[in-house]
Design a protein around this ligand. Sequence first.
Ligand code: HEM
Length: 388
Amino acid sequence: MSSSYSFLVLLLVISAVVLASADYKPANYNDVNDDDNQVPSSQEYKQNKPQSGNPTDENEDDEDEGLINVGIDHRPWTSMLSEPSLQSYLSNGYYQKSCPSLEEIIHKKVAAWIKKDATIAASILRLHFHDCAIRGCDGSILLSHPGSEKDADASKTLRGFELIDEIKEEVEEKCPKTVSCADILTAAARDATVAIGVPFWEVPYGRKDGLVSIAKEADYAVPKGRESVTTLIEFFQSIGLNLIDLVVLSGAHTIGKCNCGVIQDRLYNYQGTGKADPTIDVKYLNFLKRKCKRASEYVELDGETPTTFDSMYYTNLQINKGLLKSDQLLNSDSRTSGLVDAMANQPEWLFLQQFSVSMVKLGNTQVLTGKKEGEIRTKCSSINSANY
Ligand code: HEM
């Protein structure tokens, strides 16, 4: 391992040790508003709070303490987007007065849906990533009109929209016109992930819902599984996430499923050779060929422990059992392989703790918070002025 990777890994280990020494809530937490149990990841954002500037939100009077600046790197992923306001703030207690039962409602709904169908946890996590990937975490993936992100090819296999709609309905009954769909999706993704074994993290709230959702933006930017590591790094950087976030958040592929169509070329016609990708482990290749006879079928992203949120994803990459080409490349590219090794070889809590940290960062990407930047939708599938 080169000295720069050793340094990165060392940094990671130190940050994880610091995190591990702090309290965090267990998976089956009950008291959703217990401030004593905040994960220290939020400190990271507090440290970045600017010295000047005030939040412009309607909740500002109630929430001007403990504000978190999420404007660390607001470079938009494409020049099509306007620069977000420098006064972009989220806070942990944002809905404490205006909707005190919010987290309980979300927690109960997510738990009930997971009880009926455990696979929904992975789907909600992915839905949140797709939301944040385009125009930031603004609920744009939830808008359902012709040509919206939901309509994109990249969104074809997304699931969980109904769960978010159901939560929104109940939230609207208890706290009308108060809570954004972007915040609901962020918290639902947290609860779904915590339910399957990842350490609890506090969700800072105050996102507004976006008014714009364009399918071609999703098809252009959302990673599909065949990207080079350079493309992945550039994409993550464009939404304010770093190399560690890339490798750690990719670890989400330790659960969930993939449509066989995504890997068909790796199995039968890699780069036009008429043969399989020579880098796939032979036994795994045969297994995949049996599982993926038709492109419409599904296969687990982690072939070894598909329903456990663990670091097996990284071990799989080390032994050439990564399902997606883009995942497998993380193991062979010198910029990311050291981190893959660290995640695979160090104690599992390193990955789990760092996953929580990177999820907070993901949830804070390019959020809309100013009064005029977005709205609080009453229905997650349409903007308030829409008549569809
Ligand atoms: C790094 C770039 C990424 C690429 C190239 C990628 C690609 C993919 C692909 C191709 C699938 C299968 C979709 C299908 O069935 O057609 C998938 C599934 C999934 N992805 Fe990613 N993804 C990436 C990052 C992420 C991130 C950052 C997260 C969450 C933090 C995530 C969470 C998931 C989950 C949980 C599933 C399974 C969904 C389910 O079972 O419903 N992915 N991803």
